[in-house]
Write a protein that binds this ligand. Structure first.
Ligand code: PXL
Length: 269
């Protein structure tokens, strides 16, 4: 199985491709990459980071891939550097996704009720269009609010309902509730909630740990509900460990030491 991860390469901070590559490899899945940008660190809480948009490399990369006859079982998009890259993901779907392959969109745009640096309302609108063409979308609560034009914070069920009119399979992550963090997803129109006990601390890249492990579980052959549960457990375990081990949360989750037990569960061991 071959996944194409369309995401940025933040050199430091453990998010995007530096999460997708190890997690998908550990799941036994080939992870090819289309890097959207190279940053010295991610943008969450760091100053003076470098940012190189790689859009101008896309045409030559895709021309060579076309000549090679490459196609992918899953295209998984994350942090896109500009609106033209949203069109590029649609182009990839039309030209490089196998028949019956799936497009998984993590509409990375914001957190904590705010858009990340560099994202605009027109980006949100265009991202909504991409979500309408995806098989699975994985917004966090902030992104779900922006996509549905709902005030932040809103409850998981309301967001799921609104997103269900956009796309068949919305999965809203990181919904903080009284004593738990919940993931809301719809399966064949039926709303479902999977919750893990509240963990301490906000870590950049937690959404990427969830999304990458979700894609890994799905490609491994797990059904939707089980994929959600396994990736929620893995993410919660990584947050719990990191709350003790990582003093500067900008450096991301220590997911590595939880990866083995995630893969064991995936394999039913
Ligand atoms: O994990 C989300 C993310 C991905 N990529 C970049 C980011 C962020 C969040 O801040 O800055 C570059």
């Amino acid at each position: 199985m071959r996944v194409l991860a369309v995401n940025d390469l933040s050199c430091v901070g453990k998010c995007s491709l530096t999460v997708a590559l190890p997690v998908l490899s550990a799941c036994g899945v080939t992870c090819d990459v289309l890097p959207t940008a190279v940053l010295s660190t991610h943008t969450g809480g760091f100053e003076d980071y470098t940012f190189r948009d790689l859009s101008s490399d896309f045409p030559a990369i895709l021309t060579q891939w076309k000549k090679l006859g490459l196609t992918f079982d899953v295209i998984y998009s994350g942090y896109l550097a500009n609106e033209s890259q949203i069109d590029a993901v649609l182009f990839l779907k039309q030209n490089f996704l196998k028949a019956g392959g799936k497009l998984v969109v993590d509409p990375v745009m914001g957190d904590g009720g705010k858009l990340y640096a560099g994202f605009s309302p027109s980006f949100v609108e265009k991202m909504r269009g991409l979500c309408q063409r995806a098989d699975y979308i994985l917004p966090n609560r902030t992104e779900a609010c922006f996509l549905t034009e709902t005030p932040y914070p809103s409850d998981g069920e309301t967001l799921l309902n609104k997103l269900s009119s956009l796309t068949p399979c919305p999965i809203v992550t990181g919904v903080e509730e009284e004593n738990s963090i919940a993931v809301y997803h719809a399966e064949k129109g039926v709303p479902r909630r999977y919750a893990t006990p509240t963990t301490q601390g906000f870590f950049c890249g937690a959404g990427d740990v969830f999304a990458s492990s979700f894609v890994g579980a799905l490609v491994y052959g797990k059904p939707l509900g089980e994929s959600v549960a396994l990736s929620a457990q893995f993410t919660a375990a990584a947050i719990e460990r990191s709350a003790k081990e990582v003093s500067d949360k900008r450096y991301g989750l220590n997911f590595e030491k939880e990866l083995f037990s995630f893969v064991k569960k995936l394999r039913g061991e």
